[in-house]
Design a protein around this ligand. Structure first.
Ligand code: ADP
Length: 266
């Protein structure tokens, strides 16, 4: 029997020392879906993402991809299945765009093995899909933040992942590049049937681009489900400790969140 493509988080738990920061977290994400992880600073979003990518080892619970427990996989096998797009990174070295994207093939090559035609075709495809092919020979040091982040998405695609983990991928970008990157991620998630999971602190960005949301509060799941359900004024007021209004954006049909300053709140 074939297992439907999905990622299942089963009762994850993690503490730094005696302090629990992720507690009894369970959810599932299907292929073609983008899940947003939201919550205030310190609620455990980054820690949860690190548990998924195995940068941290869960002290409780499991991460299953297509029914398989990822803790049993080699790091190489994991890198063929899961790719991470970090916050816009300051690339220190003078690599070309093509060289950066080629790094995405390393989980498929042994130490001194040269890339095959198949590997090169995938690198070219990844650059095409992210619209960085015209920049292939340019140094990443010369690019804008938005272009550089598209290169990092291209490197992730070259890994041919099933799962894309995104850690505030547009945190330091201008609004035009933010939209450009998220439009690209939305298209790739649907067209490639990716399981995409994004940590976001911007609730309106989460509302716009994520089908489903997981709202964390002090390491626990406060709400999970469709964005429209999770982003209720009650949930947000309770978790963020401030009055908010949530209304439908008439242009996009998506929920829009606005915090109310206490002084304007009667
Ligand atoms: P978020 O991403 O939602 O801001 P984090 O996952 O970064 O939250 O942090 C969750 C909690 O874990 C916070 O209270 C934070 O101070 C704590 N924490 C994060 N990293 C460490 C660490 N390396 N050692 C100890 N505590 C940490």
């Amino acid at each position: 029997m074939s297992v439907a493509k999905q990622l299942i988080i089963d009762n994850l738990g993690f503490s730094y020392g005696a302090v629990p920061v992720v507690q009894d977290v369970s959810f599932r994400v299907a292929a073609g879906d983008m899940l947003g992880i939201i919550g205030p600073n310190g609620s455990g979003k980054t820690t949860l993402l690190k548990l998924l990518s195995r940068l941290l080892k869960p002290q409780q619970g499991r991460v299953l991809i297509d029914g398989q427990d990822t803790s049993l996989w080699s790091y190489r096998a994991l890198a063929r299945t899961m790719a991470v797009v970090p916050q816009e990174t300051q690339v220190q070295f003078d690599f070309t765009v093509e060289e950066i994207v080629e790094m995405g093939r390393s989980p498929y090559l042994s130490r001194f093995q040269a890339m095959s035609k198949h590997d090169r075709d995938i690198v070219t495809w990844a650059m095409q899909a992210t619209n960085v092919l015209p920049l292939a020979r340019r140094s990443v040091l010369e690019l804008s933040g938005g272009e550089r982040q598209r290169v990092i998405v291209a490197r992730a695609l070259a890994q041919q992942p099933e799962v894309l983990l995104l850690d505030e991928p547009t945190a330091s970008l201008d609004i035009n590049h933010e939209v450009e990157i998220f439009e690209l991620l939305r298209i790739l998630t649907v067209n490639q049937g990716l399981i995409s999971i994004a940590v976001l602190h911007d609730l309106n960005l989460a509302a716009e681009y994520c089908d489903h949301l997981l709202l964390l509060s002090e390491g626990k799941v406060m709400a999970a489900g469709l964005a429209e359900e999770v982003l209720s004024a009650e949930n947000l007021s309770e978790v963020y400790g401030i009055d908010v209004i949530v209304y439908e954006n008439h242009l996009t049909g998506r929920p829009q969140v606005q915090a109310l300053a206490p002084s304007r709140n009667g």
